[in-house]
Design a protein around this ligand. Structure first.
Ligand code: ADP
Length: 496
């Protein structure tokens, strides 16, 4: 099958969170199964150019219809670790993709509406006719809308769209003038297909994606249920209800080459289940790197970690509390997090200062891919106390690195982590972590406390639990097959 992914991120070159991992990992998973996969991305100024192969011009003068005129673009081609990528470079005064950041500007919906339009224009003009266009999240929700309203009448009648929602909170809501800029009729607002379910003066790209795509997925089976039936659909539950027959949850995977402690190039010492004891060398290296004291002689201490965006979604209150609780229980704590707003930046900045001279805590308030690998390998436990978590990758990566996850039982966390003490639904030898359900401090304390108790009192059982986690295969092998089933269901047979 010929599949084109259209997205705003692709790891490791463009990554703000899990979306980037998924776009890269799924593409590689599909390529490994023999499919022809290409990825279309914006050409940002802030990409990690050191993670991208040599660029060459793929399409010189792409004129993209926009705002009753057209905008001149160039499309460049390069590989990101073996995956074929096309980068849209726009030469407009709006400077759409040269903002020194991926997201966070007032005109984000407009920027990504333009990207969506330019991607389809590129497919049209370059003669590319994929069986499947797979687009992702609010940023590219207009792709199926544009395809069925405009491009199918211009020679793209056989293309079908799979639309994956990674985060219902960020829906790309814009004023209706974006419709006109993108060449779409105002009736899409008045007849409710794109009108935001809450703000009656606005259009919603994600809603458009749900209404127009041939199939819609979100990133775990449990989150598919939450999005429809709880507040976690952020106002789109009713739209999903109308379109429930084409909506399903497919668990994300993790890239098994990129996230593999046996070959991970960022680790000072590689290790696997058979030589698990070598993991300790990474713990030592982590302490040295982050100026934590090494108390292993005479009294050893576990390292508890948190990696992730510092966002209300992630349960930041519990993250802060976990630092205090870990110290109280004689554990060390490492945090690698990127604050998503000024307020949280100030809050965590204050905490960082507070713990500055504490040899058992380190807060690193940046996005640092390389360091994240060392934290996954060096820590003993990883907390994921999210308020909601569509899938979550940190717990799956932690499992692969033999770092025991302690998670709140929501979304994909519920589908991937099984409590060692309490999960009766699964055999004891398949259990892999700790799960709590409430959002109060004592809920986290009881789960983290059980983990720390096991680490101190039954170290051999703790190592066995970590190894049980490492035996899980959360690679892209199965999820990629699930996606192929969806593609097969919706695609137009090539004979037509
Ligand atoms: P989300 O997509 O909501 O951010 P996920 O758990 O799905 O959360 O994915 C998070 C991904 O981003 C993981 O690969 C994680 O390691 C990475 N990550 C998050 N924050 C950081 C950071 N500050 N530095 C390095 N990697 C990070």
């Amino acid at each position: 099958m010929y599949i084109v992914q259209i997205a705003s991120e692709c790891a490791p070159a463009i990554k703000a969170g899990g979306l980037g991992d998924v776009v890269y990992g799924l593409s590689r998973g599909l390529s490994n199964q023999g499919h022809n996969v290409e990825i279309i991305l914006p050409k940002y100024d802030c990409m990690r150019y050191d993670q991208i192969g040599e660029m060459s011009e793929a399409y010189q003068d792409l004129w993209v219809p926009w705002n009753n005129g057209s905008i001149h673009c160039t499309v460049l081609y390069a590989e990101i670790y073996g995956q074929k990528c096309f980068f849209i470079e726009s030469h407009s005064n709006e400077n759409f993709f040269n903002r020194n950041k991926i997201y966070g500007d007032w005109d984000d919906p407009l920027r990504f509406a333009f990207f969506s339009k330019a991607s389809l224009e590129f497919l049209l003009k370059s003669g590319k006719r994929p069986d499947i266009i797979h687009c992702h999240d609010g940023q590219t929700g207009l792709i199926p809308v544009l395809l069925y309203e405009i491009y199918q009448h211009q020679g793209m009648g056989n293309q079908r769209v799979c639309y994956t929602i990674h985060n219902f909170k960020h829906q790309s809501v814009a004023l209706r003038n974006v419709l006109g800029a993108a060449g779409l009729g105002d009736h899409l607002f008045t007849d409710d297909r794109l009108k935001d379910n809450g703000r009656h003066d606005a259009i919603n790209f994600m809603k458009g994606g749900i209404v127009y795509a041939n199939h819609v997925t979100t990133v775990s089976p449990h989150h598919a249920w939450e999005a429809r039936f709880s507040s976690e659909g952020y106002g789109l539950g009713s739209t999903l209800g109308v379109h429930h027959e084409k909506f399903s949850g497919i668990l994300n995977g993790i890239d098994d080459k990129f996230w593999n402690p046996k070959v991970d190039k960022y680790l000072p010492t590689n290790y696997g289940i058979a030589d698990f004891e070598l993991k300790a060398r990474n713990k030592k290296a982590l302490r040295e790197r982050l100026w934590l004291r090494d108390p292993d002689k005479p009294t050893p201490r576990p390292i508890v970690a948190y990696i992730g965006r510092l966002d209300a979604q992630k349960g930041v209150d519990l993250v802060l509390h976990a630092i205090d609780y870990a110290l109280f229980r004689s554990a060390q704590f490492v945090l690698l997090g990127s604050p998503t707003g000024n307020e949280l930046g100030r809050l965590f900045g204050g905490k960082k200062n507070h713990f500055n001279n504490n040899p058992d805590v380190h807060l690193e308030l940046t996005f640092n891919e390389e360091l994240s690998h060392l934290v996954y390998a060096g820590a003993d436990m990883m907390i994921v106390p999210s308020n909601y978590e569509p899938c979550g990758l940190t717990q799956m990566i932690s499992l692969r690195y033999g770092t025991v996850p302690i998670v709140r039982g929501v979304g994909g966390l519920k589908n991937t982590v099984f409590d060692v003490d309490y999960d009766e639904s699964i055999a004891p030898e398949k259990r892999n972590g700790y799960v709590f359900y409430q959002t109060d401090h004592s809920a986290l304390d009881s789960a983290l406390g059980r983990a720390i108790d096991l680490w101190y009192n039954n170290p051999e059982d703790f190592v066995e639990l970590a190894k049980q986690g490492m035996r899980y295969d959360y690679s892209w092998k199965d999820p990629a097959q699930e996606y192929v089933k969806v593609y097969d269901k919706i695609r137009v047979p090539s004979a037509i």
